[in-house]
Design a protein around this ligand. Structure first.
Ligand code: CA
Length: 422
């Protein structure tokens, strides 16, 4: 913890208590205003223009190079924690409610503070590669039980390593961008042959994505105790899934076209530095993992995760699940250590999904497959409708936040509408 986390810090930019973007948060994103794309940070209902602040020398990198002269976070993220901390401290200082700073300069405020509803957000970083893990024991157990029965719910490797696969970076999109129902190859269980058509079981998966800032050299694994030096921050991640396509194609190499049509992320990257006060005990791991995966206490984070649905008949969104990031069995440090154990090189801008973050209760099941137990227990909605899977016209809204008695560190939201197949 440092000064930037102090609960009594106040900004001259005003916002209500438990606003997602207080001065203790300072997440990073890329925004467009009047046709120009810049890097910014969210403060209350405003975006602070970091690219412009750097141009006019009010923000300075410790190595005197430009960090924000390109509309992506990759350059800044590649610099490492000492630069991340130095820049965070400068931004925190600029935004404080104290005389002799930006607080007193109304003209400068007009130049560098833009109302959030007047800007368009873009992908915050150039996504180099996308990897998806499967790190919630509750999710893996539920899905395994649905597919193979409770006896063989977890595969023999599951308690020994964070299972993952290499996904597709090109189809990672920003929340707010709608998706069309995908078409693919499907074989109903009682049919002899597959057919090609729209998925009948479109699903969301509530995951968080961790973003690699500092990479590693090919052949040099990242030790688990050094993983946090490489991880810049977290975003909300919706790993869209077509369950019927997945069920037919996944043997023996895992998900392919059932997952590669879209993955939605939130526009603001919340840094691990901002989340530091919300570190908590990780899940107990039994059996003990191999030494290269062992790490200490305080390597998980207490972050509330919520999903809402709004069908075309509903006036307001309705909450269908609430879980917590801390329920992950494997933590992000272990995922990164395992990803690189054979020498794989990570690069700035690599995105890693945690896997669906289900918890121990029914309410904390983080996808429709689990919530409806593969369609056998449809969700009952306040509109009188029911859902076994997502319909065209449904909007899925995901949000996440860490909160203590003083303030909330919000992630914003990922909002996506399902459009008909084309
Ligand atoms: Ca997934």
């Amino acid at each position: 913890m440092d000064e930037t986390h102090y609960p009594n810090l106040t900004s001259f930019v005003k916002y209500p208590k438990f606003h997602p973007f207080p001065i203790q948060n300072l997440p990073y994103g890329v925004f467009e205003h009047n046709g120009t794309m810049h890097v910014g940070t969210a403060i209350g209902d405003y975006v602070l223009d970091l690219t412009h602040l750097e141009e006019i020398n009010l923000l300075e990198s410790p190595d005197q190079t430009f960090l924000f002269d390109f509309p992506s976070l990759n350059k800044f993220m590649s610099k490492g924690r000492s630069t991340w901390k130095a820049v965070r401290a400068q931004i925190s200082n600029l935004l404080r409610d104290k005389p002799g700073s930006l607080a007193d300069d109304k003209n400068l405020q007009e130049e560098v503070l833009l109302p959030m509803d007047k800007v368009t957000m873009h992908l915050p970083f150039e996504i180099k590669e996308y990897t998806d893990f499967y790190a919630s024991i509750y999710h893996a157990t539920n899905v395994g039980t649905i597919i193979r029965g409770p006896e063989n719910a977890l595969q023999p490797n599951w308690l020994h390593l964070p299972v993952g696969y290499h996904g597709r970076a090109s189809s990672v999109i920003l929340g707010g961008k709608d998706i069309h129902r995908p078409k693919g190859q499907i074989k109903p269980r009682d049919a002899d042959k597959p057919y090609h058509g729209p998925t009948n079981f479109l699903d969301f998966e509530f995951e968080m994505g961790f973003v690699v800032g500092v990479g590693n050299e090919l052949g040099k694994p990242i030790p688990v105790e050094k993983a946090k030096d490489h991880i810049f921050g977290l975003v909300i991640l919706n790993d869209w899934s077509a369950r019927d396509i997945q069920g037919w194609e996944y043997v023996p190499l895992g998900p392919f076209t059932a997952k590669n049509f879209a993955t939605s992320i939130s526009p603001w990257v919340v840094t691990l530095d901002a989340l530091d006060p919300f570190r908590t005990e990780k899940e107990r791991q039994e059996p003990q993992p191999l030494p290269y995966l062992q790490n200490g206490e305080g390597t998980a984070y207490d972050i509330v995760l919520q999903t809402f649905i709004q069908t075309e008949q509903m006036k307001n969104p309705h909450k269908i699940m609430e879980s917590n990031f801390k329920y992950l069995y494997w933590n992000i440090d272990q995922m990164l250590a395992h990803h690189t154990v054979t020498g794989c090189n990570m690069r700035p801008g690599d995105l890693c999904g945690t896997g669906t973050i289900s918890g121990p209760t029914k309410e904390s099941r983080a996808c429709m497959l689990e919530l409806t137990w593969r369609g056998s227990e449809p969700l009952q909605l306040p509109s009188g409708e029911e859902r076994k899977a997502l319909h065209d016209g449904d909007t899925i809204i995901m949000t996440a936040f860490a909160q203590n008695q003083h303030y909330r560190i919000g992630f914003g939201e990922v909002r996506t509408k399902i459009l008909p197949a084309v």
